[in-house]
Design a protein around this ligand. Structure first.
Ligand SMILES: C[S@@+](CC[C@H](N)C(=O)[O-])C[C@H]1O[C@@H](n2cnc3c(N)ncnc32)[C@H](O)[C@@H]1O
Length: 187
């Protein structure tokens, strides 16, 4: 298949912009898949800041990064991503979000529109020029549609002189396949 799923697209775009030595963020750590992916991209000279509100996410990600031998490249933070500006310096190359809940975890501890939009707004401020915010939006089922609808409206409100927004959505599939959204900072 030529058309790849949203997760694949998100990794493809992030790996195009992130270089060894960069500062990057995983805004929704979960089991650490994206944290590990980012740690491998930034290399020993780079840094990954990763956020989650669940201790379980920090425990699972610590184990994952330790096994891969890259734990020292990451700072794992038990905190909501809406407070990203208290921990992360300016000049970030990429911020990744996976919206929704942890698949085998508590479905009630999912991301929420208000805090997600606050975190995206702050992430855009922290990005360097040509940096990106990359989101994979899981919705429907237990997640519902509120967050997805709110963030999609928010993307449309972004100033087109400052940001370019690409939405990757399989519009004829069933069961709400995840949507990938990439926001590039132009100035
Ligand atoms: C879809 S999962 C992320 C999956 C993750 N990328 C992985 O590789 O396993 C969403 C995660 O967001 C976390 N979360 C929910 N609200 C949050 C918030 N305000 N700040 C940071 N993380 C949050 C949840 O605890 C959950 O682990």
């Amino acid at each position: 298949m030529i058309l790849k799923n949203s997760l694949h697209i998100s990794h493809e775009l992030v790996s195009k912009v992130v270089l060894p030595g960069d500062i990057v963020v995983d805004a929704t750590m979960g089991n650490g898949n994206d944290t590990l992916f980012l740690a491998n991209l930034v290399g020993a000279a780079g840094k990954v800041y990763a956020f989650d509100v669940q201790q379980l996410a920090l425990d699972n990600t610590t184990k994952r990064l330790t096994e891969a031998g890259v734990l020292e490249r990451a700072e794992l933070i038990l905190e909501g991503h809406q407070n990203i500006d208290k921990y992360v310096p300016q000049g970030v190359k990429a911020v990744m979000f996976n919206l929704g809940y942890l698949p085998k975890g508590d479905h009630n501890i999912g991301t929420r529109a208000e805090t997600t939009i606050a975190a995206i707004e702050k992430s855009l401020e922290l990005l360097c020029k040509e940096g990106i915010v990359m989101l994979v939006i899981y919705y429907g089922g237990d997640s519902g549609f509120d967050e997805k609808n709110a963030v999609m409206d928010y993307f449309k409100s972004l100033d087109c002189k400052k940001y370019s927004v690409l939405v990757h959505d399989f519009v004829n599939q069933i069961n709400c396949p995840p949507i990938a959204v990439c926001i590039e900072k132009m100035s």
